[in-house]
Design a protein around this ligand. Structure first.
Ligand code: LHQ
Length: 259
């Protein structure tokens, strides 16, 4: 069984974590599948949006805890982060295309933070988020210590990380950790609709919106205003802007080409 399923339809590259018997825990096969999917997303112009989800009842239970030799004399968890997790998160954030996530069930440890690395997160009503690291004597990784305080605020981030308590999808929505909670049986249809709409959108604008918003965390207002000006100047030279204005004036739907 392939640990990651990848397909392309209507400009949406769907990436499904596919180890349902282990709640899609990360192992080398999953990491390799994700890295390959990212490489394709970075180079293939036909891909205009990514949709990430999990097979079965879970989204992702984080690192596979059964695959490490705990009797080894030296354990270097940093090397796994250097080789797999950190490049993945950086590539997701740098990809100039939207990444939508459908959290279909429990998201724990690195699995929770992998979801938060996506640009827009929808969650099934029955899904939940667990910063499970502390339960096994670790600390949040896969970007969690960066994303959580920014999304939920320091107090909520601290309590989630220190207790490892389960957060329901509805609370995650209330706290701004996910965009929307939807009924379980509507999750895939809703997420696919969103992703398909984004894939038909002005892809360069979407990529630059992503860059603008993520840059804002580290910018002053003055620097951000400059970045907005430079970005608008650049995107204003594109075909999609002309098409968008023409469609508005002609009272029709725009046909964006992603250029
Ligand atoms: C699993 C896992 C799993 C293997 C469920 N591994 N089998 C760490 C180290 C190194 C470098 C980089 O970074 C990291 C980051 C991390 O991600 S650390 C955090 C790792 N994840 C966890 O600690 C979560 C462990 N899992 C759980 O606490 C529970 O399974 C949750 C709360 C996610 C779900 O609970 P249940 O719904 O009750 O399901 P379950 O526990 O019965 O799990 C179903 C199966 O999946 C079961 O296998 P089995 O053969 O007994 O049916 C589990 O053993 C397996 N599984 N998580 N991480």
């Amino acid at each position: 069984m392939e640990p990651v399923l990848v397909s392309l339809e209507a400009g949406v590259q769907r990436i499904t974590l596919n180890r349902p018997e282990k709640l899609n825990a990360f192992n080398p096969g999953v990491h390799k599948g994700l890295a390959d999917a990212m490489t394709r997303a970075e180079s293939d112009g036909a891909i205009r949006c990514l949709l990430i989800t999990g097979a079965g009842r879970g989204f992702c239970a984080g690192q596979d805890l059964g695959e490490r030799d705990m009797k080894a004399a030296a354990i270097d968890l940093g090397s796994g982060l250097d080789t797999w997790y950190n490049p993945l998160v950086k590539r997701m954030r740098a990809l100039p295309k939207p990444i939508v996530c459908a959290v279909n069930g429990v998201a724990a440890g690195a699995g929770a933070n992998f979801a938060l690395a996506c640009d827009i997160v929808l969650a099934a009503r029955s899904a939940s988020f667990i910063q499970a690291f502390v339960k096994i004597g670790l600390v949040p990784d896969c970007g969690g210590s960066y994303f959580l305080p920014r999304l939920a605020g320091m107090q909520r981030a601290m309590a989630l990380a220190m207790t490892g308590d389960r957060l329901s999808a509805e609370d995650a929505e209330r706290w701004g950790i996910v965009w929307k909670t939807v009924d379980d049986d509507k999750l895939m249809a809703e997420t696919t609709k969103l992703a398909t709409g984004l894939a038909a959108g002005p892809t360069r604008s979407l990529g630059l919106i992503k860059n603008l918003l993520y840059s804002s965390s580290n910018n002053t207002l003055a620097a951000q205003l400059d970045l907005e000006r430079d970005t608008q100047r650049e995107i204003g030279k594109g075909e999609d802007y002309r098409e968008g204005v023409a469609a508005f004036l002609e009272n029709r739907r725009p046909e964006f080409k992603g250029r």
